[in-house]
Write a protein that binds this ligand. Structure first.
Ligand SMILES: Cc1cc2nc3c(=O)[nH]c(=O)nc-3n(C[C@H](O)[C@H](O)[C@H](O)COP(=O)(O)OP(=O)(O)OC[C@H]3O[C@@H](n4cnc5c(N)ncnc54)[C@H](O)[C@@H]3O)c2cc1C
Length: 185
């Protein structure tokens, strides 16, 4: 038997009589503020303006709920800043552990690194020369660390470097010649 759970629909009934603007969740701006002063929305229920990707979105993951909760708490204490956060989730199944950052929707290609047959692979979704999303499973920590930074900063990279296992993310610079890149050995 296979049980598949793909996404949830938030229960908005509670809010219908409150005056809060609703859509696929409780609508919030980039500061996580709702249309009612001093009311913030966070977590699975929050449909906020993501300034990194320039779209409104709702995220159903633990890291988002925690980060937005912390952000809204700071705002309540007077630090009003936009919520700028690379969407992220992790999961573990038996000896497999994987993480995902970003948004694949606007990407125009996907490149791979590693070997699924050997248990470790990462996938990198690009638009032009910028990383929009990354999936990393049983790969070196430097790939995990690089993924959210490359996405958040929109760092231009030489995409050919991704397939060259000798070149770590820190050297995926446009100037890098990946055909003849120096060995790290
Ligand atoms: C089976 C499952 C597996 C998951 N696995 C992962 C994973 O591997 N990685 C990951 O990142 N995320 C995972 N998630 C998602 C993650 O759990 C959620 O994104 C996160 O819990 C959202 O936090 P939240 O505070 O927004 O909402 P919730 O955690 O749902 O908290 C909402 C709270 O409000 C309470 N509540 C509801 N209605 C009322 C009411 N009328 N009055 C008072 N209280 C009320 C509820 O009881 C609940 O405690 C998983 C979720 C599920 C269901």
């Amino acid at each position: 038997m296979v049980v598949v759970g793909i996404g949830v629909v938030p229960e908005l009934e509670l809010y219908r009589q409150t005056g809060l603007q609703l859509d696929a969740g409780v609508l919030a701006n980039q500061f996580l503020e709702t249309n009612i002063p001093d009311v913030w929305a966070v977590g699975d229920i929050c449909q906020y303006e993501d300034v990194l990707f320039g779209k409104r979105r709702r995220i159903e993951h633990w890291d988002n709920a925690k980060s937005q909760g912390e952000h809204a708490a700071r705002a309540m204490l007077g630090r009003r800043e936009p919520f700028i956060h690379v969407p992220y989730f992790f999961s573990d199944v038996f000896d497999l552990s994987w993480e995902f950052w970003g948004d694949t929707e606007e990407a125009d290609r996907v490149l791979y690194r590693g070997d699924l047959g050997r248990g470790g692979i990462s996938a990198w979704w690009l638009r032009g020369d910028q990383v929009h999303a990354a999936f990393v499973m049983n790969r070196p920590d430097e790939e995990r660390r690089a993924a959210p930074l490359l996405i958040a900063h929109g760092t231009p990279i030489n995409a050919e470097c991704i397939a060259n296992m000798e070149i770590p993310p820190a050297r995926w610079t446009p100037a890098q010649n990946c055909e003849t890149g120096p060995s790290l050995a």
